[in-house]
Design a protein around this ligand. Structure first.
Ligand code: SF4
Length: 108
């Protein structure tokens, strides 16, 4: 599938979740929902490393996913607070959304 076809699929598919690569990877993605970055300062170094490993495993799966853009848009639109969506963790999505808003404002 070409990158143009992937982009079109992401943009127009109403059933993107049916095409999600992670639908058979519940263990990894469910583990990402237990990670709470707002309490990072309270975590031990060992816990922090384990959580990054879990996130990286999920992100590696996302890199193979053809509906990554739709997934990321969904998570941002619905203000998903936990987990990896569209290859980004909560902090990354927050930063991405801020930058997108800033670009939109500068464009107007
Ligand atoms: S981008 Fe990642 S979280 Fe989103 S549907 Fe694909 S595999 Fe799942």
């Amino acid at each position: 599938m070409s990158s143009e076809e992937v982009a079109q699929l992401d943009e127009f598919s109403e059933d993107w979740q049916a095409q999600a690569v992670c639908k058979d990877e519940h263990e990894v993605f469910n583990a990402t929902f237990d990670i709470c970055d707002t309490k990072r300062r309270e975590k031990s170094r060992e816990q922090y490393v384990i959580e990054r490993q879990i996130e990286n495993a999920a992100k590696a799966i996302c890199r193979r996913c053809v509906v990554r853009v739709a997934c990321l848009d969904y998570a941002i639109d619905n203000e998903e607070k936990f987990g990896v969506w569209g290859g980004m963790n909560t902090e990354e999505r927050t930063e991405y959304a801020k930058q997108a808003q800033s670009k939109k404002r500068n464009y107007m």
